[in-house]
Ligand binder design. Structure first.
Ligand code: CAA
Ligand code: NAD
Length: 287
């Protein structure tokens, strides 16, 4: 079984907002990183955003130029899951859809070495159910990063029903090695942070939908009234409205309370492809 110090090679699947930041963190911690995405354009965007993010750290004196270049060199983009056969840890950060993630976990189970740990960055989906798609449920775990991963200090770790203590310890130590503070959640829908955050975001959509106030006043209210760095609608755009909707649906289906039922306005934005900042338009438009 891989221990934290033995995690030398990491596979990151999904090179979107989260996967690119996770790849950056693993590379900066000295790991060889294989970054995989089904969309070649996403890989090109990820390489550009990782370079820009590392250069920001150099400009602030938080990273040397040499360490920046070394980190970039440690990341290799790949296009086939079969290339992840030798990694010690896989961190999955693809679309928040259970069936798609399960299919990937089946594939990973078949091609990664027996000792490899399979982690999911899911925002809400049951780790136990993802683990049950594999023949190694004791080596499957939730490793929930926050956006943007290079800046946010938290990782939420979720044990599935069969996750072993060795795997939990290895992932906890690895999370600390990449500079994060760890909290642990039981495997319940939305875990800790999204269980609390997403109802707030949903309520902000209801406030907008029912005409309580303008989007700007809702966001300014929560920024200046509660000292949040972003208002809830701006944050929803930043996270991705598709991700917010998927999480709310998991909360609604899993906890069965109507208070988690997604606001129709959020559903309509996602139906219209207004997914937030990553698509240039969500609640707000981005130049
Ligand atoms: N890489 C490196 N540095 C970065 C960066 C990146 N990707 N993004 C931002 N930064 C740095 C900037 O260089 C800047 O550094 P200095 O203050 O030292 O100059 C600092 O972070 C602040 O950035 P900006 O000035 O560009 O912008 P900002 O002040 O608006 O901060 C923010 C940006 C850190 C994202 C801040 O707005 C924030 O904290 N927003 C809330 C984020 C949040 O709540 N994330 C969690 C979402 S929920 C989630 O992730 C879970 C889920 O499952 C959905
Ligand atoms: P994103 O849309 O930015 O990126 C997802 C990437 O996965 C895309 O580049 C897509 O091409 C790729 N992809 C989709 N299916 C794939 C497959 N089968 N194989 C390989 N690549 C595939 O999404 P994101 O915001 O980075 O979210 C990714 C995951 O991280 C989701 O599970 C989400 O819930 C979770 N998450 C998101 C945030 C956030 O704030 N956005 C925070 C924490 C966790």
């Amino acid at each position: 079984m891989a221990t934290a110090s033995k995690i030398a090679a990491v596979g990151v699947i999904g090179a979107g907002q989260m996967g690119s930041g996770i790849a950056q963190l693993a590379a900066a911690a000295g790991c060889a990183v294989l970054l995989l995405d089904s969309d070649p354009a996403a890989l090109s965007r990820a390489v550009a955003s990782i370079s820009a993010s590392l250069r920001r750290l150099v400009a602030k004196g938080q990273l040397s130029q040499a360490a920046c270049e070394d980190s970039i060199k440690r990341i290799r983009c790949v296009s086939r899951v079969q290339e992840l056969g030798d990694v010690d840890l896989v961190i999955e950060a693809i679309v928040e859809v259970e069936d798609v993630k399960k299919k990937l976990f089946v594939e990973l189970d078949g091609i990664t070495k027996p000792s490899a740990i399979l982690a999911s960055n899911t925002s809400s989906i049951s780790i136990t159910r993802l683990a049950s798609a594999t023949k190694r449920p004791s080596q499957v775990i939730g490793m929930h990063f926050f956006n943007p991963p290079p800046i946010m200090k938290l990782i939420e770790i979720i044990r599935g029903a069969d996750t072993s203590e060795d795997v939990f310890s290895a992932v906890k130590s690895f999370s600390e090695r990449i500079g994060k503070t760890v909290i642990c959640s039981q495997d319940y829908p939305g875990f800790i942070v999204n269980r609390i955050l997403m109802p707030m975001i949903n309520e902000a959509f209801w406030a907008l939908y029912t005409g309580v106030a303008t989007k700007e006043d809702i966001d300014t209210g929560m920024k200046l009234g509660t000292n949040h760095p972003m208002g809830p609608l701006q944050l929803a755009d930043f996270i991705g409205l598709d991700v917010c909707l998927s999480v709310l649906r998991v909360l609604h289906n899993g906890l069965g309370d109507n208070k988690y039922s997604p606001c129709p306005l959020l559903v309509q934005y996602v139906d219209a492809g207004r997914l937030g900042k990553k698509r240039g338009v969500g609640v707000y438009s981005y130049g």
